[in-house]
Design a protein around this ligand. Structure first.
Ligand SMILES: [Mg+2]
Length: 255
């Protein structure tokens, strides 16, 4: 259920629904970690996939609007997690808005120079020495998984970033280290420009702090966890927030 009804005239305008991934469209519990020594590289990946039930609902909803999944994860994993809904009308946004897969085409939403990647590599070497669980394979941002928030991570990033272009976000499971300008919201804004979709034509749902800009950029913003992310609308109950919202849209748009 939603905490309150969305006015019908607002629902009728919608052309795109944007869903966060972990905790919204599928259960948490993803572990994607890489480890390396001087002579080996190892990656261990365990992730949930979208359920058949939600995939069926989203495929039905696609007759009426585009479906975009926005996640901090790398694109390659999103393609596996959301394989059941790929194709016309589906967009996967990866790495907190950095990349979009739009019907087979990949768009990069932010510019990078080589210096940026060198900086991340230096930071990585220093963070490697801390008691972390590992890094998550990504192209543009660096995600460091850890049991707890480690203050040294902030210090290392600050020391290696004289240009002051980076930010660090701790989400309870991992640090995301990335350019300040990058966010799921800014990525969505750039995607909307590309698709010529207006603010009032989008609805977005998220559950954590990295979804804050996402639900602000969308015309209608929904929180799937009212304690951790504030919004005008929020979902209630035990069901996944994404499931609740998609069900609501199908019902109220007679699909
Ligand atoms: Mg989430």
């Amino acid at each position: 259920m939603l905490n309150k009804e969305i006015p019908q005239q607002e629902l009728n305008k919608l052309k795109m629904v944007v869903l966060d991934s972990d905790g919204v469209s599928l259960p948490r519990g993803t572990d994607i970690l890489e480890k390396e020594g001087s002579d080996f590289y190892q990656a261990v990946i365990k992730t949930n996939k979208i359920t058949d039930r939600l995939a069926e609902k989203l495929n039905r909803l696609k007759k009426r609007m585009k479906v975009c999944v926005s996640s901090g994860r790398g694109l390659i994993y999103l393609q596996s997690m959301y394989g059941k809904i790929l194709g016309e009308g589906t967009i996967l946004q990866a790495e907190n808005g950095n990349l979009s897969l739009i019907e087979g085409r990949i768009m990069q939403h932010f510019e990078y120079k080589e210096k940026y990647f060198k900086k991340l590599a230096t930071i990585r070497e220093e963070i490697k020495k801390l008691p972390i669980k590992g890094f998550e394979p990504k192209q543009f941002i660096m995600s460091v998984h850890a049991e707890r928030e480690i203050p040294e991570v902030y210090e290392i990033v600050k020391r290696n970033d004289p240009e002051n272009e980076l930010k660090v976000m701790w989400n309870g499971e991992a640090f995301d280290i990335q350019k300040k300008i990058v966010s799921k919201g800014e990525g969505l804004k750039r995607l909307m420009q590309e698709l010529k979709i207006q603010k009032e034509e989008t609805i977005a749902i998220g559950d954590r702090i990295n979804d804050k800009e996402l639900i602000e950029v969308a015309g209608i913003g929904i929180s799937a966890d009212a304690d951790k992310l504030k919004a005008d609308y929020w979902t209630t109950g035990e069901e996944l927030g994404g499931e609740v919202l998609v069900e609501y849209l199908l019902k109220n748009l007679n699909l």
